[in-house]
Design a protein around this ligand. Structure first.
Ligand code: GUN
Length: 283
C-alpha cells in the first residue's frame, strides 16, 4: 500500500489560522507582532526564503521588515543593526538569514540577537535551553518536523529515529526533540559507513543533507515514516527533496513531499515563535 502523504502546506495553513486569532488578541491589547529579517549578500535561495517569510507575515497579520546588506558587508555593520532591532519595540523577532557571505562568523552574529527576540532559535541560549529541556524558542524546521509527525499520528516513543544530517539548525535540534519524545535516535552524516544499513533500521527517517534523491527505496524499511527536509534545485530547475519521492512512497508508511512538506512548516513555526515573543512582552 502506498504511503500516506503528509500535507505540510495544509498543516501550515491551519497553524497560521490559529495564529491569526492570537494576532487579533494581541491587536486588542495594542501590539502587532513584528519580524525583522537580515539578508546579507545576494544568495538567490536566501532571497526566495526571505520573500516567503515576508509573505507569510503579511498573510497572518504580522509586521515584517527586511534589512538588506549588499556585499561587501562587515560584521560590525550587522551587529550595529541587530542592536538597533533589539531595542526597537515594534520588532519582536529578529532573524539572520543563513548562510552569511564571505568570512562572516555566523555564531558571533547570532549571539548579538537578544535571546527574547530569537525567532529562529539559533542563539546559543535557545539551543542550550533545548539541550537542557527548558522552554525556549525551537528552530523552525525541526519544530515543523515534530508538528508533522504529531499531526500524522506517527508513534515515536521507543521507536528508532534516524536523522541523516548533523547541522545545528536541523539535524542536531531534531535529534533532541525526538529524544524528548522518547525515540531512540541515531544521527548519520557524510562519514557514516554503510548509510543504507542504518537508515533501513529507521522507524522514522529524517533526511536533512541537501543532496537530491540521496534516500532511495532500498534505504527505507517498509512502513517507515520518511520526512524530507531537503530543498534542492535540479539541473531541470525543478525542486527535489533529499528523498526519491516516487520510489520511496511505494515502500514507506508515511512520507512528506517536496515542495509542500516541511518547507511551509518551517515558515509557520517562525511565525509561531514571533507571536510567542510578542505575547511574552505582555507578560
Ligand atoms: N538557512 C536555512 N534555513 C534557515 C532558516 O530556517 N532560517 C535562517 N535564518 N536561515 C536559514
Amino acid at each position: 500500500m502506498p504511503a500516506q502523504i503528509i500535507d505540510g502546506k495544509a498543516l501550515a495553513e491551519s497553524v497560521r489560522a490559529a495564529l491569526r486569532a492570537r494576532v487579533a488578541a494581541l491587536a486588542a491589547r495594542g501590539v502587532r507582532p513584528g519580524l525583522a529579517a537580515i539578508l546579507a549578500g545576494a544568495d538567490p535561495a536566501s532571497r526566495v526564503y526571505v520573500r516567503n517569510k515576508v509573505r507569510a507575515c503579511e498573510d497572518t497579520g504580522l509586521h515584517s521588515e527586511v534589512h538588506e546588506f549588499p556585499e561587501p558587508v562587515s560584521e560590525g555593520e550587522l551587529l550595529q543593526r541587530i542592536a538597533k532591532l533589539n531595542a526597537d519595540p515594534r520588532i519582536h523577532g529578529v532573524l539572520v538569514q543563513l548562510p552569511l557571505p564571505g568570512e562572516l562568523d555566523a555564531n558571533r552574529v547570532l549571539a548579538a540577537i537578544a535571546p527574547a527576540k530569537d525567532a529562529d532559535g539559533f542563539h546559543a541560549e535557545s539551543l542550550g535551553a533545548l539541550v537542557q529541556g527548558r522552554p525556549g524558542f525551537v528552530p523552525g524546521t525541526p519544530a515543523g518536523v515534530m508538528a508533522l509527525l504529531e499531526h500524522a499520528g506517527v508513534p515515536l516513543a521507543g521507536r528508532h529515529a534516524v536523522i541523516v544530517g548533523r547541522s545545528t539548525i536541523v539535524g542536531k535540534p531534531a535529534a533532541l526533540l525526538l529524544l524528548q519524545k522518547d525515540a531512540t535516535v541515531t544521527i548519520c552524516h557524510s562519514k557514516t559507513p554503510d548509510l543504507a544499513a542504518v537508515t533501513r533500521q529507521a522507524d522514522i527517517l529524517v533526511a536533512a543533507v541537501g543532496r537530491a534523491k540521496l534516500v532511495t527505496a532500498g534505504m527505507v524499511k517498509p512502513g517507515a515514516c520518511v520526512i524530507d527536509v531537503g530543498i534542492n534545485r535540479g539541473a531541470d530547475g525543478k525542486l527535489a527533496g533529499d528523498v526519491d519521492f516516487e520510489a520511496v512512497k511505494e515502500i514507506a508508511g508515511w512520507i512528506t513531499p517536496v515542495p509542500g512538506g516541511v518547507g511551509p512548516m518551517t515558515v509557520a513555526m517562525l511565525l509561531v515563535n514571533t507571536v510567542k515573543a510578542a505575547e511574552q512582552t505582555l507578560g
